[in-house]
Design a protein around this ligand. Sequence first.
Ligand code: SF4
Length: 357
Amino acid sequence: MANLHIKNAIVEEASKKIPMSKRIMGRVPHAVFAEPLGPTESMGKDTLHLLSYKGAFLKPCPGTKEYICCGYQILNVATNCPLDCSYCILQSYFLHQPYLRIHVNLEEKLAPILAFIDRDPDRIVRVGTGEFADSLALDSLTRWTDILMQPFSERKNAVLEFKTKTNQIDGLIASPYRDRIIVSWSLNSPLISATEEKGAATLKQRLEAARRCQEEGFVVSFHFDPLIPHKGWREGYLKTIDLMDRYLRPHGIIWISMGSLRFMPDLKPIIRKRHPGTAILDGEFITGLDGKTRYFKPIRIELYRFMRQNLEQWYPDLGLYLCMESDEVWRKSMGGSPRDSEGLKGFLDDRVVQIFK
Ligand code: SF4
């Protein structure tokens, strides 16, 4: 349970008898039972909130029609995260829902999700748990790996991506399942990782964990998101690519996505308040077609072009793609474009077929 500092637990009445609640509470015997207090500036990152989630567990990633999206499905196992990245969009998404909220009825909700996947065996369903939480930061408590790896591993038309900034891979390694499982790390420059990703594993620790997963037979992926043009960013990102070269086998990496910092305007005052020392708000921003604040287009193109050229120099077949960018930015930075969301979805589905032969 490295790096977890759970002090309190809120367990909703209806969830007390659910087996997952009992297992989790057994793993935090020191936690003091508490009542919800409402929004807190700390976001309640030391408090577990165990509840039965009433909404849909599987939902398409909320892309926008103005940008090219990848057709990813989010498995909503939890919200909030014990790490504390300055740029984290969850700070505004869940402003009024603090605490580490764990959806303990996951096991009972899994059957309809698997039925949805099985309904059309020719359709590939790419699923991830790391959109509203870190996929592995709480795994020592929740053991999502025990619950999810077997059913996904047994299906040929689905993949499950665990996306993390930790090195908490014990649950993955202990599992006998490898097929259709993707272990994924968010990476950044050494400076951004060290100064803006509080509570995360160091870059070296992340890459050591990725190497171990490759040795153990897992398919891995990476996300350079958010790319941030800080002082010395070119040298910084080159150092990260050098580290990747030192630790990893590039052959068999299923994909590497790239995205640049973007956020709804209401996040800015929250970042200023919660992370007063941050340097991430210093750039040249515009308001994008989706209302989000993002870097001025030529800056985004330069970031992606630089990363693409250097990553492709390392290895030419890494499944590089952009997250939520326009056709124009794709063409000017990547040398070509999938044109639309269907095109990008097809590209990533083909990667699944190619890598999990
Ligand atoms: S690891 Fe992801 S979910 Fe957790 S604080 Fe950082 S950005 Fe947010």
